[in-house]
Design a protein around this ligand. Structure first.
Ligand code: HEC
Length: 147
């Protein structure tokens, strides 16, 4: 093998490694912080918490998806919700604002990009902004319903 193709292969190997390291980081943090309610693969637990593997929802939210997921993790959520044919009512997700911003960036990126295969995800600036001024649950429901 000549030097050029070796360098190319080494580069390819390194970038594959760092990509999978990123994804597994988010996965691990998701498992530690969210899976107790949302299930190990974000499949949801009927009667406890909705599925987060819900590409229809994230696609429908369009440009608002970052604000929505960042708003929910920082401010929590309560109120009626319909998700993948299941009704969630009277359940409360407590604010997860005690989780480090960098970890929330990894977790939300994991949920949006890896679990749902949808582009985009909130950055640290947006998460910090919502940590200091959390959205009301009513506003979050409006966002979810396209308002
Ligand atoms: C103590 C249980 C609990 C934990 C821990 C929890 N959630 Fe939730 N989550 C809920 C419940 C319950 C709801 C639905 C609230 C409602 O019905 O209004 C919810 C709703 C959501 C939604 C909105 C889903 C939709 O269909 O609109 C998102 C997004 C979400 N959670 C993300 C997360 C992430 C990411 C984490 C980890 C950082 C997390 N949650 C941790 C209980 C939890």
């Amino acid at each position: 093998m000549n030097n050029t193709s070796f360098a190319w292969l080494a580069g390819l190997f390194a970038s594959t490694l760092s990509l999978s390291a990123l994804a597994s980081d988010g996965h691990e943090k998701f498992v530690n912080n969210c899976s107790g309610c949302h299930g190990l693969e974000a499949e949801g637990i009927p009667g406890l918490a909705p599925a987060l593997n819900n590409p229809d929802l994230w696609n429908k939210l369009g440009a608002k998806r970052n604000e929505y997921i960042a708003g929910v993790v920082t401010g929590g959520l309560s109120g009626k919700l319909k998700s993948k044919g299941n009704d969630y009512d009277g359940l409360v997700m407590p604010p997860q604002d005690f989780i480090e911003t960098a970890d929330l960036v990894d977790i939300t990126r994991y949920v949006i990009n890896d679990v749902n295969k949808v582009d985009g995800a909130p950055d640290a600036t947006l998460i910090n902004q919502l940590k200091s001024a959390p959205k009301s649950h009513e506003d979050l429901h409006k966002l979810r319903n396209g308002g």
